[in-house]
Design a protein around this ligand. Structure first.
Ligand SMILES: Cc1cc2nc3c(=O)[nH]c(=O)nc-3n(C[C@H](O)[C@H](O)[C@H](O)COP(=O)(O)OP(=O)(O)OC[C@H]3O[C@@H](n4cnc5c(N)ncnc54)[C@H](O)[C@@H]3O)c2cc1C
Ligand code: SF4
Length: 808
């Protein structure tokens, strides 16, 4: 059978979700071609906010990689714009001169950001927030400029502002109304939101009408109608979107505000459909993904000839994706003559909840500070549920809360209803995954189906569904134990060590019921680390529990000899050090002297019994090239020598290394300091990377240049070297206290979240100080292990067999 030719214009979320549904319904019905103006495969536009905020990378937000298209037989033309459609001949043309025929055509051209037509709006540095390119421009601009102005105090503007703050910029949000997110929030919720965002560092210019963009070639500020102005090196316009209808209009397809469609997403031209933000249904144009997926489901079924109820419009719900702020809004929220409101307004705890009723039925609501009931509320709004005492208790709490039975909204949902609006995942998809894949946790459902991958608002619903499907089998996520000798997880173990004041390894094993007498090679070094971390004063290192390299303070090589790496602070050495190294290399028959990636010299092929003597001859501290500790702080030449350098990166690196050398950490830590954003010291792929920028320093966390390559996340921007030093100390101590033994910071940052780390070591200054006090205490006790051996050879004679005690 000849397959019909289906062409999709617009490789965005709505169009591609429709195609995915078509493939699920019938993978052989259509021969599919997709055109997309952007040069990328299909990506999750919602998560651009996360890319900007530093919690995701561009590659993390790709929904369907290029291979997926190939595997599904889809021809994808990226970076190619369709310029004309001819409904009569059923053909289209592109800007690359291609002509393509179709049997069925879907228009999913999305929206264009609305740019205020202000004088100066075409200056360099004035952008929108719509696509990957905008995100990259903001990230790049933040490296060289300090002040940003975001025009628009709605959802998008606030997410842009939060991202720019994370990039270290000073951010002013300009809004024409006197309160934020006025289309989703009422005045009390908006006031609480503003207070929280101000606490996070945003400034607001409300009731301001922009008049002009100031500057020459590049923007320098924004002028207002009242004569005032604000400085800005970057202006982000987030004032709304317009359905992208020009192609449809010029091709003679019926257009109003959007491309007009009926209840089956058909336009006024045969075989042409529209879906997504470009479509107008029943006078409504939508700008959130959940409705677009609902439209896509109807269109996919229509095209595949599967029976479907018509599309009747959507109820909207909104969640702001700004860390530390929980806001949910759905349906109507403005009081009217015929509405009644159920409210909790608790400014002490920062919680606001409002549920709006008409004729006792739930028609909308706003939640601030506690949005755990958001999905339940949304479902009740969609179904027009009647308020009951149980629902009242469950939604707004209060005195009757305890008597109210918990409501499992997910259980009552129809199989094809969307649980995750952002990713278009239905109840039946999740239920099937839970049953067929044996999933038992929200994270597992997220990994398997994508539900809750974006805004996270549906997590409670996914939890309810797990509870509903598994009943008693619903467990909290499967626990990872330290090793098979114990049933305890890392956190439980550390907590028990603290609580029960356990200070010896044997004590831990006895009291906490280890299943083996001596432990194993996995738990012994881990226990040794955790005990030393919890009790830095009293715990005596159990050397025998360490791996051989750490016991010997040198790295064993494949032929049984060792490598010796002396410390060279910041990669800097001197003629006298080099002379000593050269002499020692000759004296002990070193096979090779190698410059390492960490900017120091490695003496390879040293015999075990020569180790203490070569250390003595070198008269340099141990470089800890063998340990789970701070290894190196790589530096570039910096401002003293390089014409691009803005700060003395060498001195910064030396100071950091001198201060934090020897500090034991869960896994090795590599650092770097670069004198400018050219980043010659590769600070972006270090456990903690420092980069000098105009007027300060940026710190990047969780980078890794090894097996699992990972770019560091921007942790913060600070002004002074003292702050760099303090945040480094707090960061290392927080990693020491919360990292799993053996876990590199690149995994740790992902596991516990950049926001948590930022809060602990940057934003919460009292906590930062407490971490610093604890790290100082540890640093006080640290000594150089090579010197210890040299000064106490009798004690170490057994370890470095062949040492002649008498000769010294
Ligand atoms: C930063 C940000 C955060 C957001 N957060 C949320 C959120 O939290 N929740 C939510 O529900 N929604 C959110 N949204 C909105 C959501 O992303 C959009 O509703 C959704 O992406 C629209 O999908 P679409 O396919 O209709 O349009 P788009 O995703 O815009 O896709 C349209 C595609 O068509 C291409 N195109 C246009 N014309 C042509 C042509 N002639 N030829 C070829 N290609 C063409 C465009 O280049 C574009 O790639 C957010 C949006 C942004 C920008
Ligand atoms: S990072 Fe900057 S200062 Fe350092 S060497 Fe490179 S260009 Fe020079």
């Amino acid at each position: 059978m000849d397959r019909k030719k289906l062409v999709l214009i617009g490789n965005g979320m709505a169009g591609m979700n429709t195609v995915e549904t078509i493939l699920k319904l019938s993978d052989r019905k259509f021969d599919i071609t997709v055109f997309g103006s952007e040069p990328h495969p299909n990506y999750n536009r919602i998560l651009l906010s996360s890319v900007l905020a530093g919690s995701a990378r561009v590659e993390d937000i790709v929904i369907n990689p290029l291979e997926w298209y190939a595997e599904n037989g889809i021809r994808l033309h990226t970076g190619e714009t369709v310029t004309a459609v001819d409904p009569a001949s059923r053909t289209l043309r592109t800007d690359k001169g291609r002509t393509e025929a179709y049997d069925e055509l879907i228009l999913a051209t999305g929206s264009l950001p609305f740019m205020l037509p202000l004088p100066g709006a075409d200056k360099e540095g004035v952008i929108a927030f719509r696509d990957i390119k905008d995100c990259e421009t903001m990230i790049e601009t933040a490296k060289h400029h300090r002040k940003a102005a975001v025009i628009g105090g709605g959802l998008l503007g606030l997410e842009a502002a939060r991202g720019l703050l994370n990039l270290g910029m000073e951010v002013s949000v300009i809004h024409i109304c006197d309160y934020l997110m006025e289309r989703q929030l009422d005045a009390p919720a908006s006031k609480m939101l503003r207070a929280e965002l101000e606490r996070q560092g945003m400034s607001f210019l409300l009731s301001k009408q922009t008049k002009a963009i100031l500057g020459d070639a590049r923007v320098t500020g924004v002028e207002f109608a009242d004569g005032t102005s604000v400085d800005a090196d970057l202006v982000v316009m987030a004032v709304g979107i317009r359905p992208n209808v020009s192609l449809a209009k010029e091709s003679g397809i019926g257009v109003n505000r959007g491309i007009v469609v009926n209840d089956y997403m058909q336009t006024d031209q045969p075989h042409i459909y529209a879906v997504g933000e470009c479509a107008e249904h029943n006078g409504m144009v939508y700008g959130l993904v959940a409705p677009l997926y609902e439209q896509g489901a109807v269109l996919a079924k229509t095209l595949c000839g599967t029976e479907t109820p018509p599309y009747r419009g959507s109820v909207l719900s909104t969640k702001l994706k700004v860390s530390g702020v929980d806001v949910f809004s759905a349906g109507e929220f403005v009081d009217g003559e015929d509405t009644q409101a159920v409210c909790v307004h608790d400014e002490w705890n920062g919680v606001y909840k409002k549920v709006l009723l008409r004729n006792r039925r739930i028609i909308g609501g706003v939640l601030f500070g506690d949005t755990s009931e958001g999905s339940t509320l949304f479902r009740l709004i969609r179904t027009g549920a009647e308020m009951t005492p149980e629902l009242h208790a469950s939604l707004v709490g209060g005195p009757s809360a305890k008597s109210g039975a918990p409501v499992n909204a997910a259980a009552a949902m129809a199989p094809d209803e969307l649980i995750c609006g952002c990713n278009g995942v239905t109840k039946e998809t999740i239920v099937r995954a839970i049953r067929e894949q044996g999933l038992t946790s929200v994270d597992a459902v997220k990994g398997c189906t994508g539900a809750s991958r974006s805004c996270g608002g549906c997590k409670p619903l996914v939890g309810q569904l797990l509870e509903h499907v598994l009943g008693d089998g619903f467990e909290t996520p499967v626990k990872e134990t330290v090793c098979s000798c114990t049933t305890l997880s890392r956190d439980e173990l550390v907590e028990a060590i603290r609580e029960k004041r356990l200070t010896h390894m044997r004590e831990v094993m006895n009291v906490l019921g280890w299943s083996t007498e001596e432990g194993c090679s996995k738990c012994r070094p881990a226990l040794n680390y955790y005990l030393a971390m919890v009790w830095p004063d009293e715990y005596e290192d159990a050397k025998a529990s360490r791996f051989v390299n750490e016991r010997m303070h040198a790295n064993i090589q494949h032929n049984g000899t060792y490598s010796v790496v002396p410390r060279m602070y910041g990669g800097v050495t001197s003629p006298s050090e080099l002379r000593r190294i050269a002499d020692a290399a000759e004296k002990y028959g070193v096979k090779m002297v190698k410059v390492t990636g960490g900017q120091r010299l490695d003496l390879l092929g040293v015999k075990k019994e020569d180790l203490p003597s070569i250390w003595a001859d070198l008269d340099m501290p141990s470089g800890w090239a063998y340990g789970k500790a701070l290894r190196t702080v790589k530096t570039c030449v910096g401002a003293d020598f390089c014409r691009f350098g803005t700060q003395n990166s060498i001195q910064m690196g030396i100071d950091i290394e001198k201060k934090y050398e020897r500090l034991n950490t869960p896994a090795k830590v590599k650092m770097a300091v670069s004198g400018c954003p050219r980043n010659c010291a590769e600070s972006g792929i270090k456990d903690l990377g420092v980069v000098a920028v105009d007027g300060g320093w940026e710190l990047y966390a969780g980078g890794n240049g090894g097996v699992k390559l990972r770019g560091g996340d921007l942790l913060c921007k600070v002004k002074t070297s003292e702050e760099v030093m303090d945040i480094t100390g707090a960061y290392l101590q927080f990693y020491r206290e919360t990292g799993n033994y053996g876990e590199r910071t690149s995994e740790w940052v992902v596991r516990i979240g950049l926001d948590t780390i930022r809060e602990a070591v940057v934003e919460n200054t009292a906590n930062r100080q407490a971490l610093l006090t604890r790290v100082e205490k540890v640093l006080e006790k640290l000594t150089d292990p090579w010197k210890d051996v040299i000064n106490n050879r009798p004690k170490y004679a057994d370890l470095y067999d062949g040492i002649s005690v008498a000769s010294e």
